[in-house]
Design a protein around this ligand. Structure first.
Ligand code: PLP
Length: 410
């Protein structure tokens, strides 16, 4: 097919135009670009997709909660007037102790961080009654999920999780050319009996988000104990406890780690500690597993500011208590309001609620117009639902007022 190169004065080729997209030629010429017939070797230029790993072609990119700045830009709003209830962040902000420690740590930002995260791993270990060898830090717990892929997955393996599970597990598996088997969750909860029935010789990792994001459902200690008594030692079981600190009576998973089982527990500083922007999380596992995971990480994967903030945040009991109380109060208020409005929701254990609004994308858009960002769940196969993070009481009230307003104008 005949092609033309579009070249800047500097000689840089800025576009290759063929008959298929030749409608843009007059525009490029008007913009003072030089158009020349393309040398035959250039016209056969290889698409980068022919070079890239094939499993990446159809891999969806993780879609985070819509950022405040982007919303403000797109809709012409003042960013300070926008309420974000889309990423399960701490509505009270960062731990004040962490902020203070991070400001002090900035003085040494010219130095590389402690690659081993010695003091933070020691502090986490002391808090959880494990050893520092049981702990590995990640650039967010998402990075530890990636370590698990590097450590345990090869093309052709299987990963098991449940329908509606936190989507990152599936994205990770696809990036490693690994199949994800999702067991059905008709009641929005992982069925651990079905998980056991799905294990084959190809199964390497099982992901159990507890509570799950976005459904919010929590699996009981009894169900977990029964599962753990039957799961074979040939698979690594990953309990993702990103919302652990919000729970009143959390299941005890660390006991399996003390027993040396092939279990990994993921935790994060992004949620109750209010440090999502710092990107810091961790895993607790038997030392044999953390030793393997350490081999997969970059030498300085967690920056020094984040390490300093996390050490201080761990110790900030007052901020933890205040946040937990605010979330419990806000969650109760929202559930009460949804009941009153006859809007179905999944009773929540953490700092977010999954709510059936009929058409999730439409309500997401209507709330955006009212300066509130929530998370539509179409990408999770839940087109009727949105996920709403619990905010401050003022934010929760504004959300309910907006939903009532949408109802009135529909
Ligand atoms: C279940 C679950 N796991 C892991 C993460 C990732 O957390 P981090 O910010 O530590 O990467 C999240 C974040 O939303 C989550 O909901």
């Amino acid at each position: 097919m005949r092609s033309w190169a579009v070249v800047l004065e500097s000689g840089t080729v800025v576009a290759v135009v063929s008959r298929l997209n030749s409608a843009i030629l007059p525009l490029l010429i008007a913009a003072d670009c030089k158009v020349t017939a393309l040398a035959s070797n250039l016209s056969r230029m290889t698409s980068v997709w022919e070079l890239a790993n094939p499993q990446l072609r159809d891999l969806a990119v993780y879609e985070p909660g819509k950022p405040i700045e982007e919303t403000a830009r797109e809709l012409g709003f003042d960013p300070s007037t926008i309420i974000k209830l889309a990423s399960n962040e701490n509505p009270l902000g960062s731990s004040p102790k962490a902020l203070q420690a991070m400001r002090a740590a900035l003085e040494n930002a010219h130095l590389y961080p402690d690659g081993s995260g010695f003091y933070l791993r020691k502090a986490i270990a002391a808090k959880l009654s494990v050893t520092p060898e049981n702990v590995i830090l990640g650039n967010g717990s998402n990075e530890v999920i990636e370590f698990l892929g590097h450590a345990f997955l090869n093309p052709g393996d299987d990963v098991i999780t449940c329908q509606y599970a936190f989507i990152v597990y599936k994205l990770l598996a696809a990036a490693f050319s690994v199949r994800t088997i999702e067991t059905p969750s008709p009641d929005y909860q992982q069925n651990l009996d079905a998980t056991l029935d799905t294990i084959t010789s190809k199964t390497r990792l099982i992901f159990i988000p507890n509570p799950n994001n976005p459904t919010g459902r929590l699996i009981s200690q009894r169900a977990i104990d029964s599962f753990m008594s039957r799961v074979p030692g040939s698979v690594v079981v990953v309990f993702d406890e990103a919302y652990f600190e919000f729970l009143d009576d959390p299941p005890d998973i660390l006991r399996f780690i003390h027993d040396g089982r092939n279990v990994v527990v993921l935790r994060t500083f992004s949620k109750i500690h209010g440090l999502a922007g710092l990107r810091i999380g961790y895993a607790i596992a038997p030392p044999e597993i953390t030793e393997v995971l350490h081999k997969t990480r970059q030498p300085f994967n967690v920056n020094s500011i984040a390490q300093a903030g996390a050490i201080a945040a761990l110790d900030d009991e007052a901020h933890l208590r205040k946040t937990k109380r605010a979330i419990a109060e806000g969650r109760a208020y929202l559930q009460e309001q949804f009941t009153d409005m006859q809007i179905p929701f999944v009773p929540a254990a953490a700092n977010f609620l999954m709510v059936n609004v009929g058409d999730g994308c439409a309500v997401f858009q209507k709330l955006l117009q009212r300066k509130i960002i929530v998370r539509p769940l179409k990408g999770y196969g839940l087109p009727e639902w949105v996920r709403i993070s619990v905010g401050t009481m003022e934010e929760n009230r504004q959300l309910i007022a907006a939903l009532r307003d949408i109802r009135r104008s529909d």
